[in-house]
Ligand binder design. Structure first.
Ligand SMILES: [Zn+2]
Length: 136
């Protein structure tokens, strides 16, 4: 690496907000998916919900809507009617995290989803930001 390139890289890195690096520590478990007949079982659904620190009922409602599928919770698993690839499920979980878990302002996952009558508010415990959410 030339010295100039090194300097350039340094200045680029300085421009990236710190929050980008901090939020990248946030680990969402990968979906463990099995297809049985015409049903897709998300075996580690509860672990994903608890890693996201969100109510399983809220997460499954979102996933069902995004997948356009019927389904339900069965113990620690979620069952979807239809066949879905692991990548599709991972992608929807990732989008859920971006929309309902990560703070819009600082990018940290230390947030709470609070319900005020019919409106959900995402409140960040790290920076205090609040954002109103659409309902799922
Ligand atoms: Zn924040």
């Amino acid at each position: 690496m030339s010295e100039d390139y090194g300097k350039m890289l340094d200045s680029v890195l300085k421009q990236i907000p710190k929050a980008v690096f901090e939020s990248s520590r946030f680990q969402i478990p990968e979906a463990e998916v099995s297809t049985i007949g015409n049903r897709t079982i998300l075996r580690n659904f509860r672990s994903i919900a608890s890693a996201l620190n969100r109510a399983p009922e809220h997460l499954i409602k979102y996933l069902l809507r995004e997948l356009g599928a019927a389904g339900n919770l069965e113990g620690t698993q979620a069952v979807f009617q239809g066949k879905f690839f692991k990548n599709t499920v991972d992608d929807r979980v990732q989008r859920y995290a971006e929309e309902f878990v990560l703070c819009r302002e600082c990018g940290k996952p230390d947030t709470r989803l609070e319900r005020h009558e019919r409106v959900y508010v995402l409140r960040c415990e790290a920076c205090g930001a609040r954002a109103s959410m659409r309902s799922v």
